[in-house]
Design a binder for this molecule. Structure first.
Ligand code: HEC
Length: 127
């Protein structure tokens, strides 16, 4: 019986440590992502990702960005143009692609998706 309790304790401990580690990985990734955002995106999409209505679409709370993982990665790498509707507002502009590597894109999107008090999860819950 004691042995079983010890095993249970170890399993719980392992899970706790694992989730702490994941949280700190995400935090570090977001910190790196913020630097990339400031260096490349802030001039158009603004400090809090709010964009400029009708000209530069928002990244914060963007239903369009959240809806498609592959598309958002491709747009960061290859750019975006043509008509799109973001949070009910029509855009028809042009953005160049950015020469970022896989890790940079992942850090950047971790920052964008987990900052400004919005997460993919909370967006889905609102629907
Ligand atoms: C020179 C201005 C400019 C810069 C800098 C810029 N963008 Fe954009 N971005 C735009 C415009 C304009 C659009 C809309 C394009 C269209 O209408 O087809 C857009 C659209 C987007 C979209 C899709 C729409 C949305 O809001 O979800 C994403 C994602 C995006 N940009 C991410 C980024 C990221 C990440 C960076 C930095 C690496 C960045 N942009 C830098 C101008 C810019």
């Amino acid at each position: 019986m004691k042995q079983l309790q010890a095993i249970q304790f170890l399993v719980v401990l392992a899970f706790t440590l694992f989730s702490f580690r994941q949280n700190s990985d995400l935090k570090a990734s977001r910190v790196r992502g913020k630097e990339i955002f400031i260096g490349n995106c802030i001039t158009c999409h603004m400090q809090n990702g709010e964009g400029i209505e009708g000209v530069y679409p928002p990244l914060a709370k963007s239903d369009y960005l959240m809806a498609d993982k592959i598309r958002r990665i491709k747009q960061v790498l290859e750019g975006a143009s043509g008509p799109m509707v973001v949070n009910g507002i029509q855009y028809n502009g042009f953005m160049t692609g950015f020469g970022l590597n896989n890790k940079e894109v992942s850090d950047l999107l971790n920052y964008i998706r987990n900052s400004w008090a919005i997460t993919e999860k909370s967006l889905h819950q609102k629907k």
